[in-house]
Design a protein around this ligand. Structure first.
Ligand code: DHB
Ligand code: FE
Length: 311
C-alpha cells in the first residue's frame, strides 16, 4: 500500500478536531501537545505504511505495559529520561551554570519516606548472604567548594540479585532495605555502610524487555547507586554512581552512565580500616563528594515533580 493522506485538508481538519483545537473547552497545553504527538503518529503510519495488524499489536503492547506498571521502566530504556537530562544540561549551559557533579536519571524505583539518619547510616539489614561490604563517604559541597552542613543525601540501591526493596518480586526484602536519608554533619560529611550492589535487569519476559529485544537491545544496567542531594540555598541534585569495573558501565540500557560518575572503588583488608568502620572483614570503599549548584534567582529552576511511590 502506498497511499498518502496525511497532508490532505480532511486529515488535517480531523487532527484539529480530535485534539479539541476546534473548540474552546479543555486545557490549551494538553491540546497543543496532543495535536503534535497525534500528528507525528498519523504521519508515521502514513509514511511507513503501518498496517492495521502492526498498529493493533502496538495497542496490545501498551495495554500490557500499563497493566504491568512499566511505563516508567521503558521510558529510560527509550532514552527519554536521558534526553530530558540533556535538555536540562543545555539550559544550564545557556545560564552559565556548571554542574561539577553531573545529573543523571532518577529511574522509576525511588520510594519516599526512608528512615532519616544523621551523618553515617547502615543501609542494608545484613540478610543478603552474597553481599560484599561497601563503605561510601564524602562531603556535600556548594558551588564554591564549601561544605554544606545538614545537606540531605537520599540514597537507594538494589541487592546482589538486582532487586530493590518495595519492588522485590520475591517479597524477601524488608521495607526501606538499602534506602536511607542521610543528613550531613557539621563538616558536610555523609557516609554509609551497605553492600556492593549488582546490576539490574528489567523483568524477564516483560513487555519492556520484549520491546528492547525487538530492537536488538538488552534490558540490563550496570551496578549503580542512586542519590538525591538537597540543601537550603542549592538546587536538588539527582544522580547516580556506577560501580567501576562492571562490564556494562558503558552499555547501560537506561543511558545513565556519565563522565564523573564512575568513582574509584578500593578493596581494603587493612585492620585499621576494618576497625575504623566497625566491620568484621574486608570491604570496598568509595570516596565521592557531591557538588551542589546554586539556586537561579532564588529558586530551584530544575526541580522535578513527578508521581513517586511512598511508604
Ligand atoms: C530502571 C531501573 C533502574 O534501577 C534504574 O535505575 C533506571 C531504570 C528501569 O527498570 O527502567
Ligand atoms: Fe536503579
Amino acid at each position: 500500500m502506498s497511499v498518502k493522506i496525511f497532508d490532505t485538508p480532511d486529515v488535517q481538519a480531523f487532527l484539529r478536531k480530535v485534539s479539541g483545537l476546534d473548540q474552546a473547552g479543555g486545557d490549551p497545553r494538553t491540546k497543543r501537545i496532543a495535536h503534535r504527538i497525534l500528528s507525528d503518529l498519523y504521519r508515521a503510519i502514513d509514511d511507513l505504511d503501518v498496517t492495521p495488524d502492526e498498529y493493533w499489536a502496538g495497542i496490545a503492547w501498551l495495554n500490557e505495559l500499563g497493566a504491568a506498571g512499566q511505563a516508567g521502566l521503558i521510558s529510560p530504556g527509550l532514552g527519554l529520561d536521558h534526553f530530558l537530562d540533556l535538555r536540562l544540561d543545555a539550559l544550564d549551559a545557556e545560564l552559565g551554570i556548571e554542574n561539577r557533579t553531573p545529573r543523571t536519571i532518577e529511574g522509576p524505583l525511588y520510594v519516599a519516606g526512608a528512615p532519616v539518619v544523621e551523618g553515617f547510616a547502615r543501609l542494608d539489614d545484613g540478610r543478603d548472604r552474597n553481599g560484599h561490604t561497601l563503605v561510601m563517604h564524602g562531603v556535600v559541597k556548594g558551588d564554591d567548594g564549601a561544605p554544606v552542613p545538614g545537606a540531605r543525601v537520599e540514597v537507594w540501591h538494589c541487592d546482589t540479585r538486582g532487586f530493590y526493596s518495595h519492588f522485590d518480586p520475591t517479597g524477601e526484602q524488608a521495607p526501606f532495605n538499602m534506602r536511607r536519608t542521610i543528613v550531613a554533619d557539621e563538616q558536610g560529611r555523609y557516609g554509609f555502610r551497605s553492600i556492593v550492589p549488582k546490576g539490574y535487569g528489567v523483568p524477564p519476559g516483560s513487555p519492556t524487555e520484549r520491546l528492547l529485544f525487538a530492537l536488538g537491545r538488552h534490558g540490563q544496567r550496570p551496578a549503580h547507586i542512586h542519590f538525591f542531594v538537597s540543601a537550603d540555598g542549592h538546587r536538588k541534585l539527582t544522580t547516580q554512581i556506577n560501580i567501576a569495573g562492571d562490564p556494562l558501565v558503558n552499555d547501560d540500557f537506561a543511558y545513565a552512565t556519565r563522565d564523573g560518575l564512575v568513582p574509584r572503588i578500593v578493596e581494603r583488608d587493612d585492620e585499621a580500616g576494618i576497625r575504623a568502620y566497625g566491620l568484621d572483614g574486608p570491604f570496598a570503599e568509595i570516596a565521592f563528594d557531591f557538588w551542589l549548584s546554586p539556586l537561579v534567582d532564588g529558586v530551584d529552576n530544575q526541580l522535578v515533580e513527578r508521581p513517586r511511590a511512598a511508604a
